[in-house]
Design a protein. Structure first.
Length: 536
């Protein structure tokens, strides 16, 4: 049903770290099947699972060598079909992750291209004299192939060559992949780095710089998305595109209310408020003024246009939010609940990333050998080459590495957090002795139970799923407040982003407390307090 996603919540699974069913230390499809009832208990409607297709795993599956087959490391096609069916029986649907900006260099198309087959060379982006672009993971974005005397574009790793969407054959191939999974019963799709697929014309004439930046929101982007959606008939399904560094104007089109493109987009502006001068590999406390400004612009702008946002703090590329904008020490529980409420009651569809509902924290690795992620290990080298000390480089990785979110899911306080009976591919966070599903199930006041309440509130309260949104002036930079209104109903959300008591001025609200993490008053807020009041 179209629009059902407005009152629904999505759960994201990073398959490699979720649950290992066969003791090889790697999460898998049968592990997901074992935990479907747990996911169901959260009240979510959709499950986005990161890629488990055939892949040499240079970027943990975001380098696909066969879009229609399951990587044996994760299971079989029968397991996958059973997983889809079993979720369906529980009234939940899977969203599969389509990595269509690039393939693996081990995909048969690229192998043929490398062998000099002109038909397949035109599936990719080969040039004689490309501009000096850098890639997202560090180093050049073009790789020279001596046998062809040409360079190919890879906005990410050299093992992830970019596809040429200007070639209609490529677009047809990719539509076929979507149709294939749709026929298997998948209920929606997430499209990886989608706003990079349409490359600029006359590439070779462009200056040196960040390749990814030059390829964002390219000349045919809307045309290609519309074609993909209409030709595969996915307009009625839940679809989300990963749209980094884009603008409000573009996103209004990407998720336009006519439904010609996607249901919603992932944007990342709010997750750059702790980047010094826009750089990820830096340390900076979050700029709350900027955070409020970004949410105000995007929420109110999208609302006015009738477009829709994906709401999230965490995913497999982001550090853990409680460590990042909260306080994982003294106010662990309070700050995790405040951050969750802030996101879940906004206008859009919330995404919960595995373990976020437990208040899982950053990994706190202390040695470079503990990291597995290609971006983290590359940037460690780059930082060291640029004179950053070992201690500083490790401190930056400890705050920014993608592996912070990829440590295994903490099911129990026991061996390997109940994730595997073998040796986990990435170390388990030692704090699983305190933070685990088992521990939180026993605590009625747990973060886990609080997330269940938030998911339920969205389903039960139309002002939250459908209402207008407006940011309020709390007279205090540390307290961000907004209201959601529909008919006579007004829901006011007040969030203290600081570890101190904070005074609120100028917000008048009387009514029933819908949810909160203290039994406080909205005039004086306790550390990381959140208070949600319904006026009707
Ligand atoms: C997206 C994915 C990320 C991956 C990249 C390249 O940003 O979320 O994990 O490395 O695309 O596919
Ligand atoms: Ca396994």
């Amino acid at each position: 049903m179209r629009d059902e996603y407005k009152s629904s919540t999505v759960y994201q699974i990073y398959i490699k770290s979720f649950c290992d069913s066969n003791g090889d230390g790697i999460g898998d499809i049968n592990g997901i099947r074992k935990k479907l009832l747990y996911i169901y208990s959260l009240g979510v409607k959709y499950i986005w699972v990161t890629p488990f297709f055939c892949s040499p795993m240079a970027d943990n599956g975001y380098d696909v060598s066969d879009y229609r087959n399951v990587n044996p490391m994760f299971g079989t096609m029968e397991d996958c079909e059973a997983m889809i069916r079993e979720a369906d029986e529980l009234g939940m649907g899977f969203m599969f992750d389509m990595v269509f900006n690039h393939t693996s260099d081990e995909h048969e198309w690229f192998k043929k291209a490398l062998a000099g087959d002109p038909e397949y060379m035109d599936y990719y982006i080969f040039r004689d004299n490309p501009p000096e672009w850098t890639s997202v993971f560090g180093g050049p974005a073009w790789k020279f192939v001596p046998s062809l005397g040409k360079y190919y574009l890879h906005l990410f790793d050299p093992k992830q060559p970019d596809l040429n969407w200007d070639n209609p054959k490529v677009r047809e191939e990719l539509k076929d992949v979507v149709r294939f999974w749709k026929e298997k019963g998948v209920k929606g799709f997430r499209f990886d780095v989608l706003n990079r697929i349409s490359k600029p014309a006359n590439l070779e004439a462009l200056p040196a710089g960040d390749g990814s930046y030059f390829c964002k929101d390219g000349p045919h982007i809307h045309e290609y998305i519309q074609e993909l959606v209409s030709d595969t008939g996915i307009g009625e399904m839940i679809t989300v595109g990963e749209m980094a560094s884009t603008t409000l104007e573009q996103c209004i089109k990407y998720s336009n209310p006519e439904g010609t493109e996607l249901s919603m987009c992932f944007n990342f502006h709010h997750l750059k408020v702790d980047y010094k001068d826009g750089g990820k590999w830096t340390l900076l406390p979050p700029d709350l003024h900027e955070l409020r400004r970004i949410f105000t612009t995007w929420q109110e702008g999208m609302s006015k246009a009738g477009s829709w946002q994906a709401l999230f703090w965490c995913n497999h590329d982001q550090p853990r939010i409680v460590s990042r904008f909260g306080d994982e020490g003294k106010y662990w529980k309070e700050s995790a609940k405040m951050l969750a409420t802030f996101i879940h009651l906004l206008r859009g569809t919330p995404y919960i990333y595995q373990g976020e509902e437990l208040g899982m924290t950053n990994a706190h690795f202390t040695d470079i050998s503990q990291y597995q992620d290609v971006e983290s290990t590359n940037y460690y080298k780059i930082m060291r080459e640029n004179g950053v000390s070992e201690a500083d480089a490790l401190a930056i990785l400890a705050a920014k590495s993608r592996d912070n979110s990829r440590t295994p899911m903490q099911w129990t306080s026991g061996n390997n957090a109940g994730f595997t009976s073998g040796k986990p591919w990435l170390s388990v966070n030692p704090n699983h002795t305190k933070i685990s599903v088992d521990a939180e199930e026993l605590d009625p006041d747990s973060i886990l139970n609080y997330y269940r309440e938030l998911v339920r509130l969205r389903k039960d309260c139309p002002a939250i799923s459908e209402g207008n949104v407006k940011f309020l002036d709390s007279g205090n930079e540390n307290v961000i407040a907004y209201e959601r209104t529909l008919g006579n109903e007004r829901v006011v959300v007040l969030c203290n982003f600081s570890g101190n008591d904070e005074k609120v001025k100028g917000i008048d609200v009387k009514g029933k407390v819908l949810i909160g993490n203290y039994s406080g008053s909205h005039k004086m807020m306790k550390p990381y307090e959140v208070l949600v009041i319904l006026e009707s």
